[in-house]
Design a protein around this ligand. Structure first.
Ligand SMILES: [Zn+2]
Length: 334
């Protein structure tokens, strides 16, 4: 028998004697990937199920010491489980349990390949706990190759006109995809902020070929005096920061962001590129069809709206927020 319960320390899955916490903290915890909203409980947990890439990334972000984390990593438990690629950022995994029943927790995931990650693996599961950040029909992302071409054209034009460029994205995941686009499509080796440098170094260590220059290096200092393309954390990419750089270095500086939220939102930048490391709505629906679950629980983002859409299409679906601990008897039972 098993029950799925949201607790203050994460989502708990009761498996015989063992309670497994998903992306929270406790005795035995699964950490799906190294974004802070999923991995902040790792340090205070006793035993961990995660990937070595995620451990290295948490270390690079100062969330946890990698040697201490490696010691907490377990490879077996009282139940059968497998880690499946989630396709979201380096090392991101889904947890698939098969113990007389089958259950998959996706964490954040993306089914399509990106330039830096292979798309999520798909495995049939009786119960599916899935994120649905972009769980509204409105969210249909453009073809990524068109967006890469758009970035190539925009970067080319700015450089020809004598401007320097800053492009913002989340330091883990998006920044590395932007570096890869700049390398492969624009033939540019960008300067990166120290935070992005440390994370990108972990990508390199795990075989993702990226070319980038640390902002503190002599090479960067020379480029900053002439003309540069820089990849910066998302919150730095705006007119205000570009203006300050422009004044300081005495050259025009254009700004851009790369985010899935560029669809339907305006940003204070010269250009917004719609690039996401999540599924869009059609990808989410296709994923559900392929996993073919008997029961779906939605979490993150539009969990209520997406559960409603699934119900309309004949699935047994409900948002995680509806599963209150006091209603445990109504929760998952096998
Ligand atoms: Zn994430």
């Amino acid at each position: 028998m098993s029950m799925l319960v949201p607790t203050p320390s994460g989502i708990a899955l009761q498996l015989q004697q063992e309670q497994l916490i998903l992306d929270g903290r406790g005795d035995l915890v699964f950490i799906s990937h190294a974004h802070s909203d999923h991995s902040s409980g790792a340090k205070k947990s006793k035993r961990l199920i995660s990937s070595t890439e995620t451990i290295d990334l948490m270390h690079s972000r100062n969330y946890a010491d990698s040697q201490a984390m490696q010691k907490k990593l377990v490879s077996t438990a009282d139940f059968n489980y497998e880690l499946l690629d989630a396709g979201h950022v380096l090392g991101s995994k889904q947890l698939h349990i098969s113990n007389g029943f089958s259950f998959t927790y996706t964490g954040d995931f993306k089914t399509k390949d990106s330039l830096t990650n292979k798309g999520a693996e798909i495995r049939q599961a009786d119960t599916l706990l899935m994120e649905c950040t972009y769980g509204l029909p409105y969210y249909k992302f453009p073809d990524p190759t068109e967006v890469y071409a758009e970035m190539e054209k925009w970067v080319d034009l700015q450089l020809k006109e004598g401007s320097s460029i800053i492009i913002g994205g989340y330091a883990l995941g998006k920044a590395q995809e932007v570096i890869k686009i700049l390398n492969d499509y624009c033939d540019v080796t960008p300067i990166v902020s120290s935070e992005i440098f440390k994370i990108s170094d972990v990508y390199l260590k795990h075989g993702i070929n990226l070319k980038f220059i640390n902002e503190t290096s002599d090479e960067a200092k020379q480029l900053l005096k002439k003309q540069f393309v820089a990849v910066v954390p998302h919150h730095f990419a705006n007119y205000g920061y570009a203006g300050r750089l422009s004044e300081f270095y005495g050259m025009p500086v254009r700004s851009a962001v790369a985010t899935g939220w560029a669809l339907g939102n305006r940003y204070a930048v010269d250009k917004a590129f719609c690039i996401s490391d999540h599924c869009d709505f059609p990808d989410l629906m296709e994923f559900v069809e392929q996993v073919a679950p008997e029961r779906i629980i939605t979490t993150h983002g539009y969990e209520k709206e997406f559960a409603r859409e699934l119900t309309k299409r004949g699935y047994d679906a409900q948002p995680l927020g509806n599963l209150k601990p006091k209603k445990q008897k109504l929760l998952l039972q096998y």
